[in-house]
Design a protein around this ligand. Sequence first.
Ligand code: SER
Length: 277
Amino acid sequence: MQSLNEIRSAFLGYFEKNDHLIIPSAPLVPQNDPTLLFVNAGMVPFKNYFTGAETPPSPRAASSQKSVRAGGKHNDLDNVGYTARHHTFFEMLGNFSFGDYFKAGAIEHAWTLLTKEFKIPAEKLCVTVYHTDDEAAELWKKIAGLPDEKIIRIATNDNFWSMGDTGPCGPCSEIFYDHGPHIAGGPPGSPDEDGDRFVEIWNLVFMQFEQFADGTRRDLPKPQIDTGMGLERIAAVLQGVHDNYDIDLFRTLIAASKELVGGGSNGPSHRVIADHL
Ligand code: SER
């Protein structure tokens, strides 16, 4: 079994081998961004590279960024403890292209890493694209050989990613892992999509616009790539468990928390404590 630490290293190693500069996680408190209280995605420390305000140190980068989603636009607080896949604090694995490769490169890298390096069976994966994004749908067919029914078109904001009320944004394509029919839940876009059966493991954002507070939007200087994969979610897949709280990291924390209070069920409380720790 690969540990959480080994999975993080394998992700960064793959992108380093493919000419990405590995950038250490930034602190959780944004250093130069008054629009956010906490870093909530891997791309936040790179916002000025996307908008063109600063020059990136390399056209390609990868990181494992500490992130908090406990308020604001991306808020998972109320789900924590009750689902298999939500955390207030987690690490987001990501690869970034600052005007270098675009949709084809992002899809190629994600598919190769998941199916060749991590050896996840292709049959367990399906993807979503923004409903008007024919180009991404075609690329998934061509690069991954996915049939039409595994390329699901979504018309909502689930497939149009924005960092907050302002900042870089664009259509996105999400990759889902099917944990199997014994878990309740339906595929993305279905009425029971919020169940834990089909879990989004990786989001590929095709950054094309910058959103401003007055509601206007302008094209970014160049199309760019921002991807984010929850380290704890991919660890659950690769460790053969369904629930993020059963991965190596959380098992230890939950065992310690139970020992301290003299037992208890697997209910939400220990998971909440482990999440906050
Ligand atoms: N920014 C996107 C997300 O948070 C991809 O990293 O999902």
